[in-house]
Design a protein around this ligand. Structure first.
Ligand code: C5P
Length: 396
């Protein structure tokens, strides 16, 4: 028997219109390092051809329970044996009903019953079919059986109606697949993360803000969620789609961010302060748009609270992780900041390489010294940072 490799996905496609998105899903899974092998039901092949999925997955596509290409002629056993996950997307009402009752009259339903690895289903159907008590009963049964049910989402449906039943988008499914394979190093821990810039009002239409995109903080929130944490993300204004973490609080100013952090911090085990909090706010912002004239305009600025320093100074603080974005003397400034803010861990980067970019190059400073992470995407850096936090949080 081949040893299971955790990034191998068996993608089962059933017959719903959302099947047309499985080409993109396959592509995204492969792009994030998965190997994908596709099994289709007869109805799925009415919506998308095996040729498309074979081309994108680079592997033969299966559908026939009696397919003789497997040596022992038992495709329903062998196909799942080297997989880390069976993923059914889209999962129709009919297929969910079959799974709930253990029916197996084709290759896909039979291999779901014969599998040893986890099973995730991604429902997609008309809103009435989703809301029907029979479907709800079947979904509850699957959850009871330990099957993961991802989605559905609400929105416009192919039939022209609007409601619950849309399949999650390929990127959202791929994100959940990554999570199902990730080591659960923060399982059961509550992680509070700030991200993005803050926005300090000058008048009705103007503000002081900065170039933080929020990408690093969002990537850390995603990596902590992948690692099994219960994540609260407190975000300043960004254009990003938040990861599917337990809670997302959108805030604007540093004062609002502080109030929101204070509300969540008593329950947090770990606090990761990634936000680029503005150092000052305007003392007397105007409710109306300030009109221009020939005179010099003076804004009075008052310092903002240091959110991270106030959390790390609590009597019983969570494990605090700070960030430092510097334009020079990275090591010296970072170590100084770590000492001043009393942090067990600080992640530093140069603003020239970090702000707005998709890649980053973090250097971590802790009691043991300096650890340089390899230059990589912000998500990869975030996963490495989370592993480092987990090691410090759970000392051997
Ligand atoms: O002192 P400096 O702003 O460089 O420190 C950066 C670190 O402190 C980051 O972790 C940032 O999120 C946090 N910080 C904060 N509140 C501020 C300023 C910075 O939480 N007002």
């Amino acid at each position: 028997m081949t040893l299971p490799r955790v990034d191998r996905v068996l993608l089962g496609i059933t017959g719903g219109i959302a099947a047309y998105k499985t080409g993109e899903l396959t592509r995204q899974l492969i792009a994030q390092g998965c190997e994908v092998e596709v099994v289709m039901t007869a109805a799925a092949r009415e919506f998308i051809t095996p040729v498309t999925l074979q081309s994108l997955s680079g592997r033969p596509v299966w559908h026939d329970l009696w397919d003789p290409r497997v040596d022992n002629n038992m495709a329903h056993i062998e196909l799942s044996r080297d997989k880390g996950l069976v993923l059914i997307a889209p999962a129709t009402a009919d297929f969910i009903a079959k799974l709930a009752h253990g029916l197996c009259d084709d290759l896909l339903s039979t291999l779901c019953l014969a599998r040893e690895c986890p099973l995730a289903v991604v429902p997609a159907m008309n809103r009435q079919m989703w809301d029907h008590p029979a479907t709800q009963r079947n979904v509850a049964r699957l959850i009871d059986d330990g099957v993961e049910v991802w989605g559905p989402a609400a929105g416009d449906q192919a039939c022209g109606e609007t409601g619950m039943g849309r399949m999650l988008e390929p990127a959202q499914i791929a994100e959940r697949v990554a999570r199902s394979f990730a080591p659960k190093s923060l399982n059961g821990l509550r992680v509070l993360i700030t991200a993005g810039p803050t926005f300090e009002r000058i008048d009705a239409v103007r503000a002081i803000t900065n170039l933080s995109s929020g990408k690093m903080g969002y990537a850390i929130a995603r990596a902590a969620w992948e690692a099994g944490a219960d994540v609260t993300l407190v975000s300043g204004p960004t254009t990003l789609t938040p990861p599917p973490v337990a809670r997302v609080a959108q805030v604007s100013s540093a004062q609002e961010m502080l109030a929101t952090v204070n509300a969540f911090v008593p329950d947090a085990d770990i606090f990761v302060s990634v936000a680029a909090v503005a150092d000052y706010h305007v003392l007397n912002p105007s409710d109306q748009k300030i009109k221009k004239d020939a005179h010099i305009l003076t804004l009075e600025l008052a310092p903002n609270p240091d959110i991270l320093a106030s959390v790390s100074a609590l009597a019983d603080p969570p494990f605090c992780v700070g960030f430092a974005a510097e334009s020079e003397n990275l090591d010296e400034f970072a170590e100084d900041k770590r000492r001043r803010k009393q942090l067990p861990l600080l992640a530093a980067n140069l603003v020239q390489t970090a702000f707005g970019s998709d890649d980053n190059e973090l250097v971590l400073f802790d009691d043991a010294g300096r650890h340089r992470l390899p230059r990589a995407s912000k998500l990869v850096q975030a996963r490495l940072l989370i592993e480092h936090i987990a090691k410090l949080y759970h000392p051997r």
